[in-house]
Design a protein around this ligand. Structure first.
Ligand SMILES: C[S@@+](CC[C@H](N)C(=O)[O-])C[C@H]1O[C@@H](n2cnc3c(N)ncnc32)[C@H](O)[C@@H]1O
Length: 253
């Protein structure tokens, strides 16, 4: 997503959060947090505040929601979305050095952030530092090596999937969460592998960038127009099936 503007990135995140698939896994992740009124919860890499209001609704005014993000543009948008909400704070900061005290949070949420960071293992150690001893972390990250796009031209689908995975800093972070959480001293309680299934072209195109990324792959010499044009025509005509695995891991501090 590096060539997208800030507005494009926010629109992308909003689309992802409002599709039925996005709503479903986000609800499952918040349920897994087992949040109670009065809890202090941090949303690490909160983006434009996608989940802050939902978290604030559960912890209520005597709890605290802290959204942390390293991108000032994202935090500005988050600020607009939570304006006037009591018990919500926003902090500019990096997951490798969270602007929060040791043992200060009951719950931590991370949603599609570790896939982008320089050192996911160190980030999880940092999250554990901030979580209270009985705290709970719920993290959701994809595994881009599982991306599958159904088409008779399997070779083009494979090259497209490899190209998309290659654009992500930590493409296989989803499958690494259990190992890295254990190394960070967190106790993994449950692991869910959620198949995110796309069955319409428009949603798949917006989230997976079928057109955008295939054009990039052609520009990079990884695919040819002769491969991509008929592939896209068949995907547009449907029926479409594409999927990627998202891991939902719940761990105790
Ligand atoms: C894919 S977005 C997800 C946003 C939000 N969690 C959601 O579900 O809509 C990733 C977010 O992580 C933030 N981010 C990336 N690396 C970070 C880091 N090292 N420290 C803090 N935030 C980071 C980005 O600025 C971006 O807002």
């Amino acid at each position: 997503m590096s060539q997208l503007t800030s507005a494009d990135r926010i629109a992308y995140l909003d689309t992802a959060a409002t599709t039925p698939i996005g709503r479903d896994y986000k609800r499952r992740a918040v349920d897994a947090l087992d949040l109670r009124p009065g809890h202090r919860v941090m949303d690490v890499g909160c983006g434009p505040g996608t989940d802050l209001r939902r978290l604030a609704d559960v912890v209520r005014a005597d709890g605290l929601v802290v959204g942390v993000d390293r991108d000032p543009g994202m935090l500005a948008e988050a600020g607009r979305r939570v304006a006037g909400r009591p018990g919500v704070e926003l902090r500019l900061g990096d997951v490798h050095a969270l602007p929060l005290d040791d043992d200060s949070m009951d719950r931590a949420r991370i949603d599609r952030v570790l896939m982008h960071v320089a050192d996911p293992a160190a980030a999880l150690v940092e999250v554990r530092r901030v979580l209270r001893p009985a705290g709970v972390l719920v993290v959701t990250e994809p595994d881009w090596d599982t991306l599958a796009v159904a088409d008779e031209d399997v070779a083009t689908s494979r090259r497209f999937a490899r190209f998309v995975a290659g654009r992500v800093r930590n493409p296989t972070i989803g499958r690494e969460l259990v190992r890295l959480s254990g190394r960070a001293g967190l106790r993994v309680r449950s692991v869910e592998a959620i198949a995110v299934v796309f069955d319409d072209f428009d949603t798949a195109d917006r989230i997976l960038g079928l057109r955008r990324n295939s054009a990039r792959a052609v520009a990079a010499g990884e695919l040819t127009d002769a491969d991509v044009q008929p592939w896209l025509r068949r995907l547009t005509a449907g029926p479409l099936l594409a999927s990627v695995t998202l891991y939902l891991v719940t761990a105790g501090a």
